[in-house]
Design a protein around this ligand. Sequence first.
Ligand code: URA
Length: 238
Amino acid sequence: MNNSIRLQKYIAQCGIASRRKAEEFISAGRVAIDGVITREMGIRVIPGEHTITFDGKKVEAEEELVYYLLNKPKGYVTTLADPQGRPIVTTLIKTSKARLFPVGRLDLDTEGALILTNDGDFAQKLQHPSHEINKTYEALVKGCPPRDKITMLERGIFLEGKMTAPASVLVKAKIGGNCLMQITIHEGRKRQVKKMFAFIGNPVLQLKRTAYGKLTLGRIALGDYRQLNPSELNKIFL
Ligand code: URA
């Protein structure tokens, strides 16, 4: 039968015990399928369809932890469901069956680096303010901010009742009458970059996140992604 697995193997995969020990548990009547205790060795179950319990507690297979770096295009939401039916970022990761979720958020019209994972602990660590993870953005802004306004953003501005943390801000290019700015912040307030530039009178026209810490987007094309190996994750915390 497709997708079916021997009960003792499934219990072992769930990290409850070795396969031999799992057999002992089954013989001892400690394992139930859909609420019915079974002592039958070798019985096959379909994870997700059958509810398996051990001493009355549900057991679930541990998923391999995976990490992806996506170059998010505009028009995708970073939530897992959207009442307005807009496209969801996780659908862009075509090669994984893991239950992925995005770490943090990017606005609908923001492009760039977004990490997706099924590792809840890692996601929490990445977003915890104590780690002060730098996030770098390129913002095309209306006009070109003068030096004193850039210094204001670098030192911190009073935004919605609270000072922003120090940031690093530089002009990357002048494009017509507008400027392409690079800004690195470690806070993650909602629409923070847009609000910061709006505050100094240079609203953001286009926004792209280019890096988390020292982990950069590199050559990943818009809408494309790559899997990160666990050692690369350290680059985020540098
Ligand atoms: N700051 C913003 O204003 N928008 C984003 O999507 C990310 C950071």
